[in-house]
Design a protein around this ligand. Structure first.
Ligand SMILES: [Zn+2]
Length: 328
């Protein structure tokens, strides 16, 4: 989810803005553990593949407006394990997802009850690497109720939990999310606390949870601050994601942050943990994610079909020369 809290970094007179150069990390591979590809275009997939993204996780979330019936939840979850995974594979990127009832829509209790009934039908499907993104938005009683119920589902299914922390009253919301997970007997090592900042990271790491950071353009958590966090805390149990969705966001946030880390002197080993390895380790606890999957999806054939449909529109040929300016 996006916010619009602009932080205008003041330009120091005479200071040259650092030119971003993604070639600094050419040849490295990346994993984006939080990106809503359903809202993105094929150009985004292509750009991510070109930048070295080999795998991603698409958490279930809301559509930007409330759903009105259970069928739109069902179709959405089906697309996360079906069409969207196929679409991703056509660009050589391995697609996983987490399944859950997002915190905003937990507040529509009659619908939330129906969603809870169908969640187990999807939680056990192939490629589902966690229950998510779940947690608090406004920190209401209904949000807490469905957060707890979904923690139970995660425990029964043996799946990691991907926790969305609130934008408002973040510190308390994050603490409460961790307290409740522990109350339900969930191992902190199986819980990825998302959307951290400088205020929350220390407690999250001290308590043994994974700390994920969403790099949003123009907002509070830009990647320059992420470099400082990496410097201060090191790479252990830290990961970055783009959380790119239908709002202003950047699907290249992970490789761009890696490039900035490299330029600012963070070691390759640490960069690879923060932008690839840690997320793989955390979500591999689902038993549904294996690095060998990434290679298997590399041999792209864009003419392949999914239930009779391909990503090629009538008569199109698979893309060959990506840099040509001729659109034929
Ligand atoms: Zn999200």
């Amino acid at each position: 989810m996006c916010c619009s809290n602009f932080e205008n970094r003041e330009q120091i007179p005479g200071e040259k803005p650092e030119s971003f150069d993604i070639t600094a990390v050419k040849g490295m591979r990346f994993f984006d553990p939080h990106v809503h590809m359903t809202s993105r275009t094929t150009d985004d997939y292509q750009a991510m593949a070109d930048a070295g993204v080999v795998g991603l996780i698409e958490p279930a979330f809301w559509l930007g407006q409330p759903r009105t019936g259970i069928d739109s939840f069902r179709d959405y979850y089906s697309s996360l394990v079906g069409w969207e995974r196929f679409r991703s594979s056509q660009f050589g990127i391995k697609h996983y997802c987490t399944i859950g009832l997002n915190s905003r829509e937990a507040n529509n209790e009659s619908l939330a009850e129906q969603v809870m009934e169908i969640l187990p039908l999807f939680a056990y499907k192939e490629g589902v690497v966690g229950i998510g993104e779940i947690g608090f938005d406004d920190q209401t009683a209904a949000e807490e109720k469905y957060y707890r119920l979904q923690l139970e589902l995660a425990r029964e299914a043996g799946l990691p939990v991907q926790v969305h922390t609130p934008h408002r009253d973040k510190k308390n919301g994050t603490r409460r999310s961790m307290d409740i997970a522990i109350e339900h007997g969930i191992d902190p090592y199986k819980v990825i606390i998302d959307h951290n900042n400088e205020e929350t990271v220390k407690e999250v790491l001290d308590r043994g949870f994974w700390a994920a950071f969403t790099i949003y353009p123009f907002t509070k958590m830009g990647n320059e601050r992420m470099v400082e966090i990496a410097r201060q805390y090191g790479p252990e149990r830290i990961m970055v994601n783009s959380a790119a969705d239908w709002g202003i966001s950047d699907p290249l946030a992970v490789p761009k942050t890696a490039a900035l880390m490299k330029i600012r002197g963070i070691s390759d080993k640490d960069i690879q943990l923060i932008t690839y390895g840690n997320a793989v380790t955390a979500f591999a606890q689902s038993g549904q994610l294996d690095e060998t999957d990434f290679a298997a999806v590399r041999n792209v054939d864009q003419s392949v079909k999914f239930e009779g449909n391909s990503i090629l529109r009538g008569g199109q040929q698979p893309r060959i020369d990506k840099s040509s300016i001729i659109i034929s």
